[in-house]
Design a protein around this ligand. Sequence first.
Ligand SMILES: Cc1ncc(COP(=O)(O)O)c(C=O)c1O
Length: 485
Amino acid sequence: MPGGPDVWSTSGMVSRATSDLHLDLAEGRGVREGLMEAVREAVRSGRLAPGSRLPSSRSLAADLGLARNTVADAYSELAAEGWLTARQGSGTRVAPRAEPGHRHADPARPRPPGLARPAHDLRPGQPDVAAFPRAAWLRALRRTLAAAPDEAFGYGDDRGRHELRTALAEHLARARGVRTTPDRIVVCAGAVHGLALLADLLRGRRVRRVAGESHALHLHRELLEQRGLAVAALPVDDAGARTDLLDGEGAVLLTPAHQFPTGVALRPDRRAAAVDWARATGGLVIEDDYDGEFRYDRRPVGALQGLDPERVVHLGTASKALAPGLRLGWLVLPAGLAAEVERLVAAEGGTRVPAVEQLVLAELLASGAYDRHVRERRQAYRRRRDELVAALAARVPEVAVRGLAAGLHALVELPAGDGPPGTAETAALRSAAWHGLAVEGLDRFRHPDAAPRADALVVGYATPSPSAWAGALEALCRTLARPAG
Ligand SMILES: Cc1ncc(COP(=O)(O)O)c(C=O)c1O
């Protein structure tokens, strides 16, 4: 329709809640794409409620004067994107709004309305789970089951299998510069479980207050608070956390190799300050080394634990290198604490990580398959990172991309614009929702007592599967591109 968007109107399009639905067809699109966008818009705006039944493709096609196949194709693509569900017998419906759980999901901040499953996912916190090394895992499982002693199927050691602790001690020394022996390692169900054990240990030592980075994973801060520890906010700047400001806290939780979420590495003087503080006060440094194996442009930043194994607990995880679904992590502890943590695990009823999974990881580490997988992933993520940088430089040159030397996410700083702080970030998040893109704003990771930082998005570029990556990157570019004119 010249001079404005086409407006498609149909009565009785939905069997519930809405009796008259207008579908706005954006100009310049193909008919199918225009119809899809119109349905997405109706869902976003709430005019089509979750669970609402859509008319059959035949009757909608008749109402709109379109070919039936056009409507059927649009429905099936929308179903593939997660907007609609199609089930034999119950027809095509708007997908329920409930989202599959995500590590960074925050109940206080509802997801963009209508996004049952985001069409594009660049939230940080997850590797490309499609790249899980299934064949290598299966081979290791076969070897493990054939070779494991009968005693492996008994209750076992509360610290975890000795094969895994031995393989980890060797691997962490070689790859991360960790100084330890197998008897100081406790296998846990992911970093979050390790942190919970440390929180219980600290409470047992009458610690009431710990420090955390001003911008960090909410999950971890909340976990500490739920266990009775007050968490003070340690400012983060371009050299990492201000460890020079540590004071009377009993412990500090840091992400030294690649600060989460700003992406900076802790500068050597700040690393030294953390250890000096711990030595002077008897405090404990907890090093969350969640993505330390993924480094690209710079020489690896060795584990902080290597500076003082008696003061620094190294907390590791298989969530980034392999998959979060494994729930596999490890604590590398000072000599005096290993037995205490072991008792805490025993009090929980023993290790939470099945022995067979532990043996498989030990086998992958010992055979070199783990290293091969990490090397392959490093190359794949580096390519994505380069594509992200190139696409943004070409299409949205006004943003600054930071935190790129390592890890699986980048910080995309937004131009401030004219509005008050936060305006650009809020606008970008709104635009992302509009484009079906799930992504986080930096402010979402801020400790409530901390000052806001520059407006930015935290982009997890490892999250999409290979087939979804190009679409996700395109959605990000469109999200950030200023409208022409
Ligand atoms: C900062 C940080 N630490 C640790 C983890 C890994 O946690 P887990 O081992 O419990 O999966 C993540 C994963 O998202 C993370 O973002």
